[in-house]
Design a protein around this ligand. Structure first.
Ligand code: SF4
Length: 314
């Protein structure tokens, strides 16, 4: 849960999760749809899917005990270098480094390094490795996490109360915050999208995303990327038919929401639509009463769309 996500965001999700799934076995035996529902809103849903797969392997192949050797642990789905370092050092006292953004910033400042380069990455990794091999790897990794979140932050550095100040090169410079040099921000693209609220009798149509990729396994209102922001009804109609197999007539514009991921933004216009006829049975689609939406896991963008629907009282 903590990958790419702040502790304060994770805490309520963690408590909710651990109440419902207190053991590896309970995760292994759960249905992925139920796990995603508990994870709903936390983002990066591949973490949830990977954890489910990993829990099944741990349950079946390791008697429900997390393996403490690097090779076995690293072979579990979703486990990368950072997780190996964090879990094996903290839980099993094994001498592995966990280098995340906090560690990286502190180590660059300690060594007085500005340029982000492969060579400097090796230097900070070697420094941490040397410290960790002396002993207390879990404490060192955790201490750096705490210093990074409380003392040596990206935009403030409280050097006077930092336990590392005597050996820190950046602290002796005029501007410790300029270490390392800031990353050059990439301009991220914006996609124009249309989402459709298709109704038939008293039901609405939802579709499940494929398990792989962004928001994999989550449900959504059918949506298509447009060539422009004009909201061309013919384009929407054709694309919805091609993607979801539904012939629709496009109706009222119900409003627009914006949503941003780390690598792109979306402007999504929602249209009220009526199903003309369904040409093929989409195995990922489902008709449900609007009141049953809470039984399914949706992305944050879809929840913003639901607010538009509630506001319009459709
Ligand atoms: S002394 Fe200052 S710059 Fe150096 S690690 Fe501590 S807070 Fe960061």
């Amino acid at each position: 849960m903590l990958q790419q996500t702040q502790v304060k965001t994770v805490i309520p999700y963690y408590y909710k999760w651990i109440k419902q799934y207190p053991t590896i076995e309970s995760v292994a035996h759960a249905h992925i749809d139920n796990l995603l529902k508990t994870w709903e809103g936390l983002g990066y849903y591949s973490r949830c899917r990977n954890f489910h797969e990993a829990a099944k392997i741990v349950n079946n192949d390791y008697g429900g005990m997390i393996p403490s050797d690097k090779k076995s642990f690293q072979s579990l789905p979703g486990v990368g270098d950072y997780m190996v370092g964090a879990v094996l050092s903290i839980a099993f006292d094994r001498p592995y480094c966990a280098i995340d953004g906090n560690h990286r910033r502190i180590l660059y400042r300690l060594l007085g390094l500005k340029k982000r380069s492969k060579q400097n990455e090796s230097r900070i990794a070697n420094l941490l490795k040397a410290q960790i091999e002396i002993g207390c790897p879990g404490d060192i990794n955790q201490a750096l996490m705490d210093i990074g979140s409380e003392i040596c932050k990206p935009k403030t550095a409280s050097c006077n109360r930092c336990p590392l100040k005597n050996s820190c090169r950046a602290a002796k410079m005029v501007d410790p915050l300029s270490y390392p040099a800031p990353k050059i921000k990439k301009v991220i693209p914006t996609k124009e999208m249309a989402a459709v609220l298709i109704t038939k009798n008293d039901n609405i149509y939802i579709s499940k995303r494929s398990n792989n990729g962004l928001l994999g396994g989550l449900w959504e209102l059918p949506n298509v990327q447009l060539n422009s922001n004009s909201g061309d009804h013919i384009e929407i109609k054709k694309k919805v038919h091609k993607t979801y197999g539904q012939h629709i007539s496009v109706g009222k514009n119900l409003g627009k929401i914006t949503h941003a991921f780390s690598h792109f933004k979306m402007n999504i216009t929602l249209f009220g639509c009526v199903m003309a006829h369904s040409e093929q049975d989409n195995p990922n689609g489902k008709w449900i009463p609007y009141s049953a939406l809470t039984d399914y896991a949706f992305s944050k963008a879809n929840h913003k769309l639901f607010k538009l629907i509630d506001k319009e009282n459709v």
